[in-house]
Design a protein around this ligand. Sequence first.
Ligand code: SAM
Length: 277
Amino acid sequence: MSGTLYVVATPIGNLEDMTFRAVRILQEVALIAAEDTRHSRKLLDHYAIKTALISYHEHNEEQRSAQLLERLQAGESLALISDAGTPCIADPGYRLVSRCREAGLSVAAVPGPSALVAALSISGLPTDAFRFIGFLPAKSHGRRKLLEQFNDEQQTIAFYEGPHRLLACLQDIVDVCGAERQLSVARELTKRHEELFSGTAAEAVAYYAAGKVRGELVLLLGPAAPRKPQGTVKEELARLHADSDLSWKQVVKQVAKDFGLPGSDVYKESLGLREKE
Ligand code: SAM
């Protein structure tokens, strides 16, 4: 019988955010693969977990995955943790999990904290659907190019960002997505200086320009305001068809939504344009 790889979430700041199951699994497994063993030792000591630790990070993922796979195949159960939050979410682990799956080995989630979900849950922004982008590009040029894609995005978009880049990033959002775009910044979640900023992009620039930004943060860009159609239904149909890769069916659906009209009415309007093609 081969063992199980447990992917175990750990606190993102407050050590009390450890689940009972996470503690038990970390006590029971033969070995814990951790991003930074010294960092994780503090958490394990806090819970009197004596299990051996081995490093698993982006620079040794390939080689370590092979070793860990061998131990799983030999029947040992192992745990994977990262420095904070849920492994594999903008953290190492994906390769190991993927190799385990390919080898038919059992992988089980021990869910718990993640900065992404914690930030979304308290932001007040729509969360029925959202996009997670991970870390934003470090340079302004790359960042702006990426942000351009979100100009009309109707879902909340979540980014991880470092405190030293926040202001430059907010300035790029003002320039690319507009000063009025709603956003939230969730900083130092679950820690003593936890803070949630909510407001427009311009307000955020003013707020964070006033002092040095510290700590860890998640940036959430709210959905773009619905586009206001400029001309008549026919003009909008023609414009959207010419400017996008959308099919006629999708164009009709979008225009009906933008004008608040029944799809059947807009469909009739589109017929004349389609015939001309
Ligand atoms: N896997 C982790 C998770 O599930 O939360 C995320 C790992 S990623 C390498 C680290 C980033 O998560 C930080 O740079 C920051 O953007 C965000 N983060 C982690 N802890 C946080 C906290 N307490 N408050 C706000 N953001 C946090």
